[in-house]
Each structure stands twice: as C-alpha cells, then as structure tokens.
Design a protein around this ligand. Structure first.
Ligand code: PLP
Length: 375
C-alpha cells in the first residue's frame, strides 16, 4: 500500500508559466497569487518567471520570506487586515498594499506615519462591471471585498498622510474566459484612470479553469493581445494581473490506490486511500475531479466498466472525488491519478477530519511516478 501522494510537475509548471509570461505584453506585470498553492518548490519554480508574488495574509508573507529570502513581496492583500498584519507589511517593505476599506486605509496611514514612512497603496474597488459566465463573483454587488467606487474617489482625492495612492486593484470574479477577463480589465482601467487618475491598475486573477474539460484552457495568447490593446489605450498606466488557479492547477496531481470496489443498489463505488480531506476541490466546487487509471494487473475484485463513483475513506457521504464517472474497469490495487490538483487542493483541505495520515509529496511526471510504484 502506497500512501496517497501529491505529485507536483515542476518542469511542466516552468513551461506553462513561461508560456503565460510570453503571451502577455512585456509591460504587463504578472504576479502569482500565493493562496492558490504555496508549495515551496512551486514558488521557487515560479520565481524565475513571474514579476512578483501576491500575499494575502501575514502567514503568506512569513512563508515567502522563508522560501524566497530577499525577494520583495509585490502585493499584500486580503480583507480583515489587523494592525499586526499591516505592520508586518510595512516591516517587509511590501511593494504595494491593497487596501480594502476606508477604515483600513486610515489605520495603515497612522501606522506608516508613526514609523516615519509613506506607503504605496492600491485601493481595492468594488466596481459594477458585468462578468458573464463567472463561477465566483466577488464584486459588482454587495460584498465584503473592496470599497465602493465613491469612497475610492474621495480617498484618492484627499489621502491621509502616510499613504500614497498609486491606483486601483480589482478582483471581481473568477472563471472568466479571455474575452470577458480582458473586457473587465478595460472597464476597470478606464474607470481607474478617469476617476482616481491611477498610475497603476491591478485587474486581479480569476482566469477560467474548466475541470469538466481539462484540455479546454484559458486562452492566454488572446488575453495577452487584448490586454496589450488596453495598455496601448492608457500608455502611462502600469497594468498588472495576479492569477493563481490558471497558473498552478495543471501542474499538480493526487495519486492514490484503490482499496475496495463494490456495487451498491445498482451503482459502482470505487473506494480509494485518502479522499476529500486531502483533495477537497471536488467537494468544494461540486465537480468530478478528472482522473486517469493506472492498472496494476491485480486479480482481485473489479468493476465492469460501467460508471463509478470514486469515494475516499471518510465516514461521510460528502467524501466524493468523482460521481458517475465513465471509466474502464477498475480493480482493487489500481492507481488513480487525479489531475488538476495543483491549486486550491491540499491547501484548502480539512486535513484533520478523521485523523487519517497526511499524503506524501513528490515531484515529477505523475504518470511516470505512478507507473514506477511497485505493488
Ligand atoms: C484569490 C485571489 C486571486 C487569484 O485568483 P485565481 O482565481 O486563483 O486566479 C487574485 N487576487 C485576489 C485578490 C484574490 O483574492
């Protein structure tokens, strides 16, 4: 029995990140949102390609300082920053603090002023921009994220001592295709330039990832071309993006072994080691996680090739990794290689529920790793 294992393909990540970078105009900055996956190997791999990292908590700031010592953090974000969080951002000399509310700006200004500093900020603005097809919507409606446009206009016109308002940050939705995301970028930039005379605009992340059609990927070349047009329209403005999921998701897999198969009231169940306490993504998003079967020639019980539900070891009916998935026959002892587990996977999982062992972690090509395992 091999422990469930996350396999991070760092070579594939380096290639993918380089392709994303190459698709964007040189003058557009690419940040990586650390919350998507803070794995140290991934961060070190991305460090060669991205222009910077976006930290969304004091913990992520500390983590970045440990993994990439000496590298200045590009952005510090997140709703509900305490004074300790803001002080940590000042101490780390973060390049831009993304401010989420009027009160937060005043607290940051007071801390900076007391330290004899002036801190550069972007105001996170909740703009009413249409985001057709979005999976999650963070803005354009009542939301805990960012401030209303009128508040941002007022703060930018008359900022308190201790802060310099450089521009606007907006992360309004996730699951956007290239055309929609670029349209949002244009609307945000247009507003930011006209209303707060922004020098910098960070249009956030949220590029679409399609778990049902893994080969259907965000169209980075089109997005890059359209962002180039936005950038051409506002030559004095520095544009910046901060994707997480669409950068990291394809470069992680969760490999696990089939413990049991059974038929229950006419349906096949495949029970694997581990489960959603290691890989919460399908439970959180309500999809079937795509997987590949690596047969190991066992002569034990097997399914008949009909649709299966793949479940884990937890004592809850919610521990489902894939539901009614079409599959070749699956036998006890086979390995399942779940793809698209490089972002919002292990790091969002309720790892202590039922107190099973944690997964192992390794790097490499996931199918090669799985085929290399003995029985
Ligand atoms: C989570 C987050 C991101 C990254 O979003 P993805 O969907 O992973 O691309 C970027 N910016 C902010 C402010 C976020 O909260």
């Amino acid at each position: 029995m091999t422990r469930p294992t996350y396999v991070y393909d760092l070579a594939a990540l380096a290639t993918h990140a380089a392709a994303v970078r190459a698709a964007l105009p040189e003058r557009v900055e690419l940040l990586y949102a650390v919350k998507a996956n803070p794995d140290p190997g991934m961060l070190r791999t991305l460090a060669a390609t991205v222009d910077g990292f976006e930290a969304a908590s004091r913990g992520e700031l500390r983590h970045l300082a440990g993994v990439l010592p000496g590298r200045r953090v590009a952005a510090f974000a997140g709703p509900g920053k305490t004074d300790a969080d803001l002080s940590a951002a000042l101490a780390a000399d973060v390049h831009r603090v993304h401010v989420e509310s009027v009160a937060e700006l005043h607290r940051l200004a007071a801390l900076a002023w007391a330290a004899g500093r002036t801190v550069d900020v972007l105001l996170r603005v909740n703009l009413p921009v249409a985001t057709p097809g979005a999976v999650l919507v963070m803005g354009g409606q009542a939301s805990p994220f960012g401030m209303d446009p009128a508040e941002a206009v007022r703060l930018a016109a008359d900022p308190p001592d201790g802060v310099r308002v450089r521009g606007v940050h907006a992360h309004l939705a996730s699951g956007l295709d290239a055309t929609t995301a670029a349209g949002v970028a244009r609307e945000v930039t247009d507003w930011a330039v006209r209303r707060v005379r922004a020098e910098e605009v960070n249009v956030g992340g949220g590029m679409a990832v399609d778990y049902r059609r893994p080969e259907h990927r965000f169209d980075w070349p089109s997005y890059g071309r359209l962002l180039g047009e936005v950038s051409d329209a506002y030559p004095g403005v520095r544009l910046r993006i901060e994707p997480g999921r669409a950068v990291a998701v394809y470069c992680g897999s969760y490999v696990t072994e089939v413990i049991d198969v059974k038929r229950s009231h006419g349906q096949w169940f495949v029970i694997v080691a581990g489960g959603t306490h290691h890989l919460r993504t399908p439970a959180a998003k309500g999809h079937s996680q795509p997987y590949t079967v690596v047969p190991r020639g066992g002569d034990g019980p097997r399914t008949d090739g009909g649709p299966v539900s793949v479940v884990g070891q937890l004592c809850t009916p919610k521990d489902v990794l894939a539901r009614d998935a079409d599959s070749d026959p699956i036998a006890v002892g086979d390995l399942l290689v779940f793809g698209m587990a490089g972002a919002y996977a292990w790091n969002i999982s309720h790892r202590d529920f039922l107190m099973h062992d944690p997964p192992d972690f390794t790097t490499g090509d996931p199918l090669a790793v799985a085929r290399g395992w003995g029985r």
